[in-house]
Design a protein around this ligand. Structure first.
Ligand SMILES: CC(C)=CC(=O)SCCNC(=O)CCNC(=O)[C@H](O)C(C)(C)COP(=O)(O)OP(=O)(O)OC[C@H]1O[C@@H](n2cnc3c(N)ncnc32)[C@H](O)[C@@H]1OP(=O)(O)O
Length: 258
C-alpha cells in the first residue's frame, strides 16, 4: 500500500523515512503515525538495510502531535485508546539503529519522537521544545521523562514549564543532540554516519544498541552484568573472529553479519 504522509527510500544500506505533511509542519496525525510504524517495519524487515534515518523538512522535523485532530477528544477517547503512547512507542521496538536528522522545529511530540530515536544529529536551524503547557496540556509521549534523562531536571523543568524552545547549540551543550551541522549539509552528514553504522556487523550493532538502552531501564550493576553477558556472546560469532583477525592482519573486516 502506498504511503500518503511519509516517504520511504533506500540509499544503499541506509533506509530513509521522511515525514511528509509540509503544509502542517509534519504534525503527527494518527495516519502519519500508523504509516511511520509501517515504514519502520518495512525497513526493519529488509536484510539489505543496516541503519535507518528519520527526518522531516527544512522547516520542521515535526511540530508535534496534530492539535486539530486532538482538540475535541474526550477523556474516555484518549484513555480507552491509550492515546498517544501505544502507537508512538513503536519506534522504540525497532532493533536496527534509527538516527534522527532534525532541521527546524522539533516540538512536543516531534521532540519526543526524535528522542525515541537512538541519537539525534541536528541542523544549526533546529529548535527543540515541549510547548504542550502553552496549549493547556502536558507532554504525553515521554517528554517529561526522556528529556529529563537527556538534559537533567533543571533544564527539563524549564522547557516543560515555560514551553520555551532550545536552539541546536544549546541542545548540543545540554546533551540532547550528538552533533550539530550546517543545515545544507544535514542529510549528507547523517547518511555518512548511517552508512558507517550499516558497514559494521549487524548483530554487534543490535547488541550495542540493546546494551546502551538497558542503561535507562536498570541499575548500574545489572546493566554492567547485562553488557558483560552480551560481550561474552560476541565471542560465539563469526564477525568477532573476522573483526579481530582483520585488525591483526591490518586489513578491513568483511563482516558476514553472523
Ligand atoms: C504528543 C503530545 C501529547 C502533544 C503535542 O505534541 S501537542 C503539540 C505541541 N506543538 C505545538 O504546540 C506547536 C504548534 N505549532 C506552532 O506553535 C507553530 O506552528 C510553529 C511555531 C511551529 C510555526 O509557526 P509558523 O507561524 O511558522 O507556522 P503556522 O502558521 O503556525 O503553521 C503552519 C501550518 O501548520 C499547522 N500546524 C503547526 N503545528 C501544528 C500541530 N502541532 N498540529 C496541527 N497543525 C499544526 C498550522 O495550523 C498551520 O496550518 P493552517 O495554516 O492550515 O492553520
Amino acid at each position: 500500500m502506498p504511503y500518503e504522509t511519509i516517504l520511504v527510500e533506500r540509499r544503499g544500506k541506509v533506509g530513509v523515512i521522511t515525514l511528509n505533511r509540509p503544509k502542517a509542519l509534519n504534525a503527527l496525525s494518527s495516519v502519519l503515525m500508523d504509516e511511520l510504524a509501517r515504514g519502520l517495519d518495512e525497513l526493519e524487515a529488509d536484510d539489505a538495510i543496516g541503519c535507518l534515518v528519520l527526518t522531516g523538512s527544512e522547516k520542521a522535523f515535526a511540530a508535534g502531535a496534530d492539535i486539530k485532530e486532538m482538540q475535541d477528544k474526550s477523556y474516555m477517547d484518549v484513555y480507552k485508546a491509550d492515546f498517544i503512547t501505544a502507537r508512538w512507542e513503536h519506534i522504540t521496538r525497532i532493533r536496527k539503529p534509527v538516527v534522527a536528522a532534525v532541521a527546524g522545529y522539533a516540538l512536543g511530540g516531534g521532540c519526543e519522537l526524535a528522542m525515541m530515536c537512538d541519537f539525534i544529529i541536528a541542523a544549526d536551524t533546529a529548535k527543540f521544545g515541549q510547548p504542550e503547557i502553552t496549549i493547556g496540556t502536558i507532554p504525553g509521549s515521554g517528554g517529561t521523562q526522556r528529556l529529563t534523562r537527556f538534559v537533567g531536571k533543571s533544564k527539563a523543568m524549564d522547557m516543560c514549564l515555560t514551553g520555551r524552545m532550545m536552539d541546536a547549540q544549546e541542545a548540543e551543550r545540554a546533551g540532547l543532540v550528538s552533533r550539530v551541522v550546517p543545515a545544507a549539509e544535514l542529510m549528507d552528514e547523517v547518511i555518512k554516519v548511517a552508512e558507517r553504522i550499516a558497514d559494521m556487523s549487524r548483530p554487534m550493532v543490535m547488541m550495542a544498541k540493546e546494551s546502551v538502552n538497558r542503561a535507562y531501564e536498570t541499575t548500574l550493576s545489572e546493566g554492567v552484568r547485562f553488557e558483560r553477558r552480551l560481550f561474552h556472546s560476541t565471542f560465539a560469532t563469526e564477525d568477532q573472529k573476522e573483526g579481530m583477525a582483520a585488525f591483526v592482519e591490518k586489513r578491513q573486516p568483511a563482516f558476514k553479519h553472523s
